[in-house]
Ligand binder design. Structure first.
Ligand SMILES: [Zn+2]
Length: 194
């Protein structure tokens, strides 16, 4: 099957309500879904993300894209649909960021190993097992599809310290949301974002 070229879409920022929506499961494979998957992959690659959830480009649909090369694995970017985490092992503390929260980074424990089930880009049932950075990305993206952001896992004190930055992002998002052709946000320069 020919791979459709996706568009580089605007990644919505903290404050956009779509980031708090639970994504609806994919029920049928149609052109809209294929376009969404292509856009997700293109946007993720263009913005140097390790992963990207559909909510982040404004569609609360249960799909995320993953970029294994960002974790030094030689595999093309792919999408996972309707992911369900079925097993986790271990715990690793590492710094995490998010394309929807530019310039916000913090240390967060995540499982070292994750097994998820879901559908692949073609709609076939799949099981995915990933370690380390990709396990972190899979947990991060699955959280997005449940309306959860990585900062939700931080303690109260740390969140208070981030309050003014979050306020800035809310204002920026409200502004960008009002314009159709806003410029793409930065972020992910010194760190991998998802
Ligand atoms: Zn994210």
């Amino acid at each position: 099957m020919a791979q459709a070229a996706g568009r580089n879409r605007r990644v919505v920022l903290y404050g956009n309500p779509v980031l708090r929506q639970r994504a609806r499961p994919v029920r049928q494979f149609n052109d809209d879904l294929r376009r969404l998957m292509a856009d997700l992959k293109t946007t993720m690659l263009t913005q140097d993300g390790l992963g990207l959830a559909a909510n982040q480009i404004g569609e609360a649909v249960s799909v995320f894209a993953l970029c294994p090369r960002g974790a030094d694995e030689d595999r093309e970017p792919y999408c996972v649909l309707n992911p369900v985490v079925v097993a986790t092992e271990g715990r690793v503390e590492a710094e995490e960021g998010c394309l929807s929260l530019p310039a916000v980074y913090d240390y967060l424990p995540r499982p070292e190993f994750v097994r998820i089930t879901g559908l692949d880009d073609s709609g076939r049932e799949m099981t995915l097992e990933v370690h380390g950075l990709l396990a972190r990305a899979v947990m991060h993206e699955t959280d997005h599809l449940h309306g959860v952001l990585f900062i939700d896992h931080l303690g109260e004190t740390r969140r208070r310290m981030l309050a003014s930055r979050l306020k800035e992002l809310e204002v920026r998002e409200a502004d960008a949301h009002g314009r159709e052709d806003c410029q793409v946000s930065g972020g992910g320069e010194e760190n991998r974002c998802a």
